[in-house]
Design a protein around this ligand. Structure first.
Ligand SMILES: Nc1ncnc2c1ncn2[C@@H]1O[C@H](COP(=O)(O)OP(=O)(O)OP(=O)(O)O)[C@@H](O)[C@H]1O
Ligand SMILES: [Mg+2]
Length: 259
């Protein structure tokens, strides 16, 4: 059975149908890429799944529970995690403190309690950092980390909630090709080790082909194709949408935060 089931989902902004009746499913242990040109409706779809935007129509279920109408916090508690297009950590805190805070938040504990017990959950936090290859940098402040390392810490923070589904909107934006591959290889490993599902958007076709189990293609709010990466690559509609850009879906403009 599918973990996530999206049916006839839609959202308009003024007269623009940003997402126009899309349906797709995502199984446990699957890495699904949502691709499409700028303005296709990818971030809008993500934001409906995580509850930041309310859908105008359709249904989104996680393990059979309807998510539409729930608050972002409630959806997060049900096991939907996310990482951000621009990495977000508390720069003044150390790497391990950022993860400890996330663990406490998962356990419904208050921040004030954490302040009284700074070693609380430290071992658990270190174990998560170990999984993302950041244990050796645990006691450094986040402010001094390289960008790719901040993204790894962000992944550890997302894991602290033990998500069933992780949403990653352009996880590799702003990264060098080597960093991109390393972050996606890590994500793939987490999917395998934890049986987690991942829905991600990505403009680099190299990344999609290397890591996605399956992909769906969005254009002007509609899903135009879905299948295994190699099946999609030569799909006529996909070629049409990307006509003139060759076989790379690389973004032309500067990446901007969309959420
Ligand atoms: N809050 C908003 N208010 C008005 N229009 C919006 C809003 N958010 C998105 N849109 C519009 O909805 C459409 C889809 O935008 P969306 O951000 O979902 O695209 P995207 O596929 O994520 O694009 P990108 O690849 O550039 O991130 C675009 O036409 C966009 O201008
Ligand atoms: Mg976007």
């Amino acid at each position: 059975m599918s973990l996530l089931k999206v049916t006839n989902l839609g959202k308009s902004f003024g007269g623009v149908k940003a997402v126009d009746g899309i349906s797709f499913e995502l199984a446990k242990g699957e890495l699904l890429a949502l691709i499409g040109p700028n303005g296709a409706g990818k971030s809008t779809t993500f934001n409906m799944v995580n509850g930041q935007l309310k859908a105008d129509q359709g249904s989104i279920t996680l393990d059979g529970t309807e998510l539409i109408g729930l608050k972002p916090r409630e959806i997060w508690r049900l096991g939907v995690g996310r990482t951000f297009q621009i990495a977000e950590t508390f720069a003044s805190l150390t790497v391990v403190e950022n993860v400890q805070m996330a663990l406490l938040s998962h356990d419904h504990k208050l921040f004030s309690m954490w302040r009284r017990a700074s070693d609380h959950k430290r071992d658990e936090a270190l174990a998560l950092l170990d999984q993302v290859g950041m244990k050796s940098q645990a006691d450094r402040p986040c402010s001094v980390l390289a960008y790719g390392d901040v993204k790894r810490v962000e992944l550890a923070i997302a894991m602290a909630n033990d998500p069933k589904l992780l949403l990653m909107d352009e996880p590799t934006a702003g990264m060098a090709p080597k960093e991109r591959n390393s972050l996606m290889a890590l994500t793939k490993q987490l999917v395998i080790d934890r049986g987690m599902a991942v829905l991600f958007t990505e403009h680099s076709m190299d990344v999609v082909f290397a890591y996605a189990d399956r992909m769906i293609v969005l254009a002007r709010g509609r899903l135009i194709a879905g299948g295994k990466p190699l099946e999609i690559r030569d799909h006529p509609k996909v070629q049409e949408v990307y006509f003139g850009t060759g076989k790379t879906f690389e973004k032309k403009k500067q990446t901007e935060p969309t959420a």
